[in-house]
Design a protein around this ligand. Structure first.
Ligand code: AMP
Ligand code: MG
Length: 472
């Protein structure tokens, strides 16, 4: 196995060379065999000792050139001209023997880089466990996302609000190019670099756009569509990203950075979890708007290369119809409605209003609604339920096919914050059983798994996690 380094072949100022730190007592917490097979890395799994050395950053992978990527970004609306990988190192890339796609292999929490500023470049075990569980769950739920190949504990403590055991996550992504990567060069008025980055990103992610008459605009339109689809998926799952800064917006359309994020328990359109999002900028219901705001920042960069403002404005105007089409299609399926039209879309809105008015659990309510098709007693979900059942009965497939559709689109289990928190707290004590159980149950989110019913349940009052913190 040899890593390749196409990003490291770009001009020197796209990144900084860096070295991963050795850690005192690394131990493997998780190795994702499934993903390893997809990447053609399954042979690595045979030697657990070497897995630990490689994925703790103690031993380089053959062929790799370890770099920290440069990027800038708008954080909560404020532009920071230089961020960059401060606690991450890109080891290199592999091409999957399964789908032929190229993937980045990145260590997160592997020590300081030239972009670390005042940070230690390390990660607590908490965010490692969190990102592992959430990103893998996201993948199994069918949403584009970075993934987790491995997790190790380092045997050293990192200083956070209190001292916490350290960890390193191995993240796999279609690439780590962000809106903020474009902003880095645009802020420096470096048109050559911007052109080279755009060319690279287009060829890597949207090769069809390279053959278009106006390839930069074509690239932009592709990114707009990918983001619209992504946010629609998030919303349909009740997911709140929490920190949709431009440096956390991947050009590939994958979910990137699982910091202060959450799968909602009880539904509310304005729900915010992140402790750092005091004004609700990235509230659940704001996500489509914020994605468009981020895309407008990308447009400002690309305009330096090709096209006029109006061209980008009209490309960006297609976000909303794309988003709505995907969102309502997904939501209608979740309600067992095979087609989506105006009256079905109204049912979606009515359902959400009902959930919000009665403070009902988002994911669980869909499953409970599905079960209502087999009952003849008085409705549990009020007037909504009566209207909804009428629509179901009018459909050609009736209740049976609606039931199948709902079972395949409404997860039995999502990574709820209180369970993720439980896994983290146990891991801090050296107990990985909750983490492992969650990994197992989240691998099949649409299947009822006997013995694991507790993972479907919303939190009890004392288990409720009201806030999540930044992923450091
Ligand atoms: P995030 O909020 O996780 O997207 O990170 C924003 C920026 O802060 C990125 O440039 C990170 O590399 C940097 N950063 C976050 N935590 C650390 C850390 N512990 N050490 C160094 N840099 C960090
Ligand atoms: Mg980030």
């Amino acid at each position: 196995m040899n890593l390749i380094n196409s990003y490291a072949q770009l001009p020197e100022h796209f990144y900084a060379h860096t070295q991963t730190a050795s850690v005192p007592k690394p131990a493997l917490i998780a190795w994702n065999e499934d993903l390893a097979a997809h990447l053609g890395l399954n042979d690595l799994g045979a030697d657990k000792e070497s897995l630990v050395r490689i994925f703790s950053g103690s031993e380089p992978l053959p062929g790799g050139k370890t770099i920290a990527m440069a990027y800038a970004g708008h954080q909560f609306g404020h532009f920071v001209p230089q961020l960059g990988d401060g606690r991450a190192a890109l080891l290199g890339e592999v091409v999957s023997p399964v789908d032929g796609a190229r993937y980045d292999i990145q260590l997160k929490g592997s020590g300081q880089t030239p972009f670390s500023r005042r940070g230690d470049g390390k990660s607590s075990l908490g965010p490692v466990i969190r990102e592992y569980l959430l990103s893998e769950a996201m993948h199994r739920l069918g949403v584009p996302t970075t993934r987790a190949l491995a997790a190790v504990s380092t045997g050293e403590m990192v200083i956070r609000e209190s001292d916490e055991p350290g960890g390193v996550l191995t993240r796999v992504a279609a690439s780590h190019i962000r809106v903020g990567t474009f902003q880095f060069f645009a802020a420096r008025n470096d048109q050559d670099a911007l052109a080279e980055l755009t060319h690279y990103a287009t060829a890597r992610h949207y090769p069809d756009a390279t053959t278009k008459e106006r390839p930069v605009l074509a690239f932009f339109s592709e990114v707009v569509e990918a983001q619209a689809k992504l946010i629609a998926h998030w919303m349909a799952l009740g997911f709140i990203h929490g920190v949709m800064n431009t440096d956390n917006t991947a050009i590939s359309g994958e979910t990137l950075d699982y910091g202060p994020c959450a799968f909602m328990d009880e539904f509310h359109i304005d729900k915010v979890f992140s402790s750092i999002d005091q004004h609700g900028r990235y509230a659940y219901g704001q996500q489509a708007n914020m994605a468009q705001w981020n895309l407008a920042r990308l447009a400002e960069c690309l305009m330096m290369l090709e096209g006029e403002q109006e061209d980008y404005e009209s490309a960006l105007e297609r976000f909303q119809p794309h988003f709505e089409a995907h969102y309502f299609a997904l939501m209608c399926e979740k309600l067992g409605l095979a087609s989506h039209n105006k009256s079905h879309d109204e049912l979606v809105t009515g359902w959400l209003q009902h959930l919000q008015d009665h403070q009902l659990d988002y994911s669980l309510s869909f499953r409970q609604l599905a079960a209502r098709m087999n009952k003849n007693d008085s409705p549990v979900f009020g007037q909504f339920e009566i209207r909804w059942l009428q629509c179901i009965d009018e459909q050609p497939g009736g209740r049976q096919s609606a039931g199948q559709l709902m079972a395949s689109t409404n997860p039995v289990v999502i990574p709820r914050n209180h369970q993720v928190e439980r896994a983290i707290q146990a891991a801090f004590q050296g107990d990985f059983s909750v983490f492992n159980e969650l990994r197992q149950v989240l691998a099949e989110p649409f299947t009822e798994q006997p013995g694991f019913a507790c993972y479907s349940e919303p939190p009890l009052a004392h288990e409720r996690v009201a806030m999540t913190f930044c992923g450091t």
